[in-house]
Design a protein around this ligand. Structure first.
Ligand code: SF4
Length: 437
């Protein structure tokens, strides 16, 4: 049977941190390919647990390290001309290049290579791999997929891959792949896609697991690409998700599991609440994390109680801005009133103010500096921790069409680059220093 190599490339960026970051879509495809008899090999350049990985200079905060997260090994690179005005070092994050090359040299030549790319502005990693793979494995069929080719299809076509999958919805990706491989993967529904657990066994060891209990989001915020990446909203049966969590703990011994959902609490009565009940009954020694933030409007007293009882330790609420007109204009997912009710419910359930982090968008083009400062002060006035999430221009979103439709170079989507373009770096540092964001 054919040999398929899966690659998660290096991150080329000013900053990067492993916050429960795994190429989940690629791992699902790996699982389906293995099920159909393909020989599958994984090269994840961002796997900190790989024996070829090197210790980073900065391991990150203790709380995150204890939850399996941490800094990447990094090498400083010459800055692309595009970034000459950005006063920060540009780096390659992940395994040292020579170790990656040695690993590839020692591989049986693959027939097909699937390369993913998580952010539009990380495309240099995919581009470098296109060159390396072409030289090392001239007969292999090279396929590029992921967020970058979905949001920047024309740009991605120019990188030199044999095929570019410019959709991210699992069913569309599976159909493309079946066409390229000339064989059926047996994936006709979302139920089929989620019927196998992601191929985590391809990692030598895991310091955490990740799980996706639902696909997409029913909202359409003007700054977010969720609807483009997952046009249909789908929730998995809660019992299946709980069983997958039991499997992750039983097979890999992971004590920390992050949910990748965009809308975990939507229709909580038929999804999150039964799932949390299963988790409470399983009573595994596992902490759960929510890196994507929760919808405040769905955090009722019952939901908050189950978050606590099921051992969700990292609770983040997505407020984005406390300025009411901007909340409405961007899609109306939250109001300050709903937010305060959610905070109250969480505190009643036993979460301390220090356990509740609040995402605020920083650098969003519709806002002025005063709006962000007002939002930070509002969050602080409730005794909570604001976490500034740097805005990154995202192609396909309404805000991108409004403010950046003329931009073609994906490097400009980099959030640090945009911070400097907006001239807000000083304010960011000031707030970051004060708020420890
Ligand atoms: S609610 Fe969150 S995930 Fe959904 S569209 Fe808005 S920002 Fe994106």
């Amino acid at each position: 049977m054919a040999h398929v190599l899966l690659i998660n490339p290096w991150a080329y960026d000013f900053t990067a941190f492993d916050l429960w970051s795994k190429p989940l879509g690629l791992l699902y495809l790996g699982a389906h390919l293995r099920k159909r008899g393909f020989r599958v090999t994984l090269l994840d350049c961002l796997d900190r647990g790989d024996p070829d990985s090197c210790a980073p200079k900065n391991e990150g905060p203790r709380k995150l390290r204890e939850a399996g997260c941490g800094g990447y090994f990094r090498e400083i690179l010459p800055k692309p001309a595009f970034f000459s005005s950005i006063p920060r070092y540009f780096k390659r994050f992940g395994m040292p290049r020579e170790k990656v090359l040695a690993r590839l040299w020692n591989l049986d030549p693959p027939d097909v290579v699937l390369v993913t790319c998580g952010f539009t502005y990380w495309y240099p990693g995919a581009s470098v791999f296109a060159d390396i793979l072409r030289r090392m494995f001239p007969r292999a069929f090279l396929v590029l997929g992921g967020v970058y080719p979905t949001l920047c299809p024309d740009h991605a076509e120019r990188l030199g891959f044999d095929a570019v999958v410019s959709v991210a919805d699992p069913l569309s990706v599976s159909r493309h792949l079946e066409g390229l491989l000339g064989t059926s993967l047996g994936i006709r529904t979302y139920e089929d896609f989620f019927a196998v657990p992601p191929a985590f066994e391809l990692y030598p060891r895991l310091s955490y697991g990740v799980v996706l209990s639902s696909l997409g989001c029913p909202f359409s915020c003007t700054y977010c690409a969720s609807r483009i990446l997952a046009p249909s909203f789908f929730q998995r049966p809660p019992q299946d998700v709980a069983e997958e969590i039991r499997y992750l703990f039983g097979r890999f011994g992971v004590r920390h599991i992050a949910f990748y959902d965009d809308a975990l609490l939507f229709r909580a009565e038929s999804h999150f609440l039964p799932l949390a009940e299963y988790l409470v009954r399983l009573n595994l020694p596992v902490s759960f994390h929510l890196p994507n933030g929760l919808h405040a409007r769905y955090v009722t007293r019952e939901v908050a109680g189950f978050l606590k009882r099921a051992n969700f330790s990292t609770v983040r609420l997505s407020l984005e801005t406390a300025v009411s007109p901007w909340q409405k204009q961007s899609g109306g997912k939250v109001t300050n009133e709903l937010f305060e009710e959610a905070v109250h419910a969480l505190q009643e359930a036993g979460f301390s103010p220090q356990d509740i982090e609040v995402y605020l968008l920083f650098g969003w083009p519709v806002e002025e500096e005063g709006d962000v400062v007002a939002s930070v002060l509002y969050v602080r006035s409730l005794g909570l921790v604001p976490r500034l999430a740097l805005y990154a221009p995202t192609p396909g979103t309404k805000d991108y069409e409004t403010f950046f439709s003329h931009e073609e170079e994906p490097l400009w989507h980099n959030k640090i680059a945009f911070l400097y373009r907006r001239g807000w770096s000083k304010l960011y540092e000031k707030l970051q220093g004060k708020e420890k964001c």
